[in-house]
Design a protein around this ligand. Structure first.
Ligand SMILES: Cc1cc2nc3c(=O)[nH]c(=O)nc-3n(C[C@H](O)[C@H](O)[C@H](O)COP(=O)(O)OP(=O)(O)OC[C@H]3O[C@@H](n4cnc5c(N)ncnc54)[C@H](O)[C@@H]3O)c2cc1C
Length: 388
């Protein structure tokens, strides 16, 4: 007879691994049997995470870099910004996967299955998960991080932009970067009526991850265009004529104000991007998944089920919708609004705003630093579509 698991993870990426790791830290959950179903081996450096906070996460010690200041660059404003008391972290996907996989393996209670979960069915005594190929498993609760971008984009009531990017990890023969200061936004590139910027994460004075990023409705028609844009930026903006590309990174993150349904029935919770954990107006998700894993674990400990978690904030959802609407209707102007925001506000406050952590009074002060008619008009429209 097959094992009945306590918890099953459909997908073994960031959010599932954070959750499994968080559970293992709790004595009352550490003996629970966990199943992780994941098609990939997760043995590649498939992404680099940046995130900020002023406390700590269980993964900070894995970070390759930790900075206390950030550079912002745009045609009318350029500055190195102190972000105290926050720190900005850079964490390689492979270091995170290796660390968590190792800890989970040592716990002796986690089973990995390389495969694709196809369907779930709620039964009297648990949730049945069926894989492609027909194998099935039972668990008390399932956590689903599978995301269908196609289905999300078919949802006509919400906005769904794409954050698409391509990065080169470059190595230069001579010192070319300030290793103590990453550039979070460089808007000194052609906007093409969209939101386009480059960020640079230096690992040393000779090595940096440089990523060309676009927020827009559609991907560029040809992958080569991302490479061309990056090469032009390295040459013209950074003045780099000679460099070696050590690694490449590319990705697409949905930026959507869709109201994600998290709880499905009595036994399934959506987590990660599939649960709407990516911040709609920025695509940042790492810290939100860390906090979510802690909240779910707390709910399991205190209530023996995972559903006592805070719903998404209505206030910040409205701000996100407003910003998304501005990006969609007048993307080319966003760099001016970002310039206003970064030149007129303490950077730590702004970063906390972008992480849903500010008070209403702080929000008002931040919003009053951009032209009020722009923001108010868009917010009015979004209030009607959100509550109308
Ligand atoms: C390249 C890249 C860079 C990013 N950088 C940042 C950043 O700097 N900061 C930040 O905050 N956020 C960043 N993000 C956004 C977000 O943090 C990541 O996408 C993060 O991995 C989200 O976690 P997740 O668990 O939702 O998704 P994933 O980590 O993608 O995990 C989902 C897993 O589900 C698996 N899966 C898919 N289909 C099935 C199936 N049928 N059955 C079983 N498993 C399945 C996939 O293989 C995948 O491993 C980045 C995203 C990408 C793609």
């Amino acid at each position: 007879m097959s094992i009945h698991y306590d918890y099953a993870m459909l997908g073994g990426g960031a959010s599932a691994l954070m959750l499994a790791y968080s559970m293992m830290q709790e004595s009352s959950l550490s003996q629970k049997k966990v199943l992780i179903i994941e098609p990939q081996l997760k043995n590649q450096n498939d992404r680099t995470w940046c995130y900020w906070h002023d406390s700590e996460t269980p993964f900070d010690h894995l970070a390759q870099q930790k900075w206390k200041k950030l550079a912002f660059k745009a045609p009318n404003f350029e500055a190195v910004l102190d972000i105290a008391p926050l720190h900005y972290y850079m964490l390689r996907g492979i270091d995170f996967y290796n660390f968590v996989q190792d800890k989970l393996a040592k716990s002796g209670h986690v089973t990995w299955i390389q495969g694709r979960a196809e369907s779930t069915e709620e039964l009297e005594n648990g949730i049945k998960i069926t894989l492609q190929g027909g194998a099935s498993y039972m668990a008390d609760f399932a956590f689903d991080s599978r995301l269908s971008l196609k289905i999300l984009r078919q949802e006509k009531k919400s906005i769904c932009l794409l954050q698409h990017f391509k990065g080169f990890l470059v190595h230069t023969p001579t010192p070319s970067f300030d290793k103590d200061c990453p550039t979070i936004f460089d808007f000194n590139i052609s906007q093409e009526g969209e939101v386009r910027f480059v960020y640079t994460l230096p690992l040393s004075s000779e090595r940096a991850l440089v990523e060309y990023t676009i927020f827009s409705d559609n991907l560029l028609p040809d992958k080569k265009l991302y490479d061309d844009a990056l090469e032009t930026y390295l040459r013209k903006n950074l003045g780099l004529l000679h460099y070696e590309i050590e690694e490449e990174e590319a990705g697409v993150i949905p930026m959507s104000n869709h109201l994600f349904e998290r709880r499905v029935g009595k036994r399934l919770l959506r987590i990660g991007l599939a649960g709407g954990l990516a911040k709609a107006s920025t695509g940042y998700a790492f810290m939100r998944c860390v906090r979510d894993a802690e909240a779910i674990t707390k709910s399991l400990v205190n209530h023996s089920h995972p559903f006592v978690i805070a719903p998404a904030s209505t206030r910040f959802r409205l701000y996100d919708s407003t910003i998304l609407n501005l990006m969609q209707t007048n993307g080319g102007k966003i760099r001016d609004h970002f310039t206003d925001l970064f030149s007129k506000n303490p950077t730590a406050r702004l970063l906390r705003f972008l992480d849903d952590q500010t008070s209403f009074a702080e929000d008002i002060s931040i919003m009053s630093s951009v032209p009020i008619h722009t923001f108010a008009g868009s917010m009015g429209k979004m209030i009607v579509s959100q509550y109308g």
